[in-house]
Design a protein around this ligand. Structure first.
Ligand code: PEP
Length: 257
């Protein structure tokens, strides 16, 4: 059964004091949320503060990126042992902002992923097409290519530790959500690709999140789609009130899949 995941990507927001306040509001409001796993991804500087507040709760701490080397002369980078030490259990890889603003490629995502697979961290691997690629009609090919490059060399067993996040670039931070039908079509295509590559059973078990302007108002319809297993939330995770409303989407009609 695929237990849903609601993950909040804080991006470059929140000081330590703000992080403590947000984490404690989410912790209190999500205490009874057993229908889904809740992941918080603060910036590196707030990981320690967040870890203190959520220790011993049902909230899972994640980082927004990580380097593949364990240590060394890589100014400005953060290693896997550092994230483990800070209390992280998960890490986001290949977010479109990393790809667009910082030159991340499928190959560098794959290097990070291979290093993460040797660690205690579980990855959330992001993929998604740009507006130009969607309008050109070849988005399924683009996504297949991203999957092939990012997941290169992975075994079916390792795949089960991965969460994928389909985030159409044109929907991120734009207020323009993919309709549930558009998102479902891509999620089904991703599962089909995984099935060919890793086998039907592994593909059935992998969780695929949707990301792109998720709000409390649109999460219930997205979650009703058979191949959408949760959300990666940006803007709406920065206030406890909206993130908690997303966490408490109407789970009665969806549950695990
Ligand atoms: C994201 O950053 O992963 C994201 C989906 O952002 P937003 O929800 O703001 O579109």
């Amino acid at each position: 059964m695929r237990i849903p995941v609601i993950a909040g990507n804080w991006k470059m927001h929140k000081t330590n004091a703000e992080a403590r306040a947000l984490c404690s509001d989410i912790r209190d409001g999500a205490r009874n949320a057993t229908h889904c796993r809740i992941v918080l991804a603060p910036p590196y500087t707030a990981l320690g503060a967040a870890a203190e507040v959520i220790r011993g709760t049902n909230l899972i701490l994640a980082a927004q990126n990580v380097h593949w080397e364990p240590k060394g002369a890589f100014t400005g980078e953060i290693s896997i042992p550092m994230l483990e030490d800070a209390g992280c259990c998960m890490v986001i890889l290949g977010h479109s902002e990393r790809r667009q603003c910082f030159g991340e490629t499928d190959q560098t995502v794959n290097r990070r992923l291979r290093a993460v697979m040797k660690s205690s961290l579980d990855p959330i691997v992001c993929i998604g097409e740009t507006l130009g690629q969607r309008e050109a009609g070849n988005y399924q090919e683009v996504i297949s290519q991203q999957l092939a490059g990012s997941l290169d060399g992975l075994t079916g067993r390792e795949l089960l530790r991965i969460i994928l996040a389909y985030e159409p670039v044109w929907a991120i931070g734009t207020g323009r959500t993919a309709s549930p039908q558009v998102a479902q079509e891509v999620h089904l295509g991703i599962r089909g690709w995984l099935s060919e590559k890793f086998g039907a059973e592994a593909a059935r078990q992998v969780r695929i999140l949707y990301g792109g302007s998720i709000k409390p108002e649109n999460i219930p319809d997205l979650m009703r789609q058979p191949d959408i297993d949760g959300g990666l939330v940006g803007g709406a995770c920065l206030e406890a009130e909206s993130f908690l409303r997303i966490i408490h989407y109407d789970s009665r009609s969806t549950g695990g899949k």
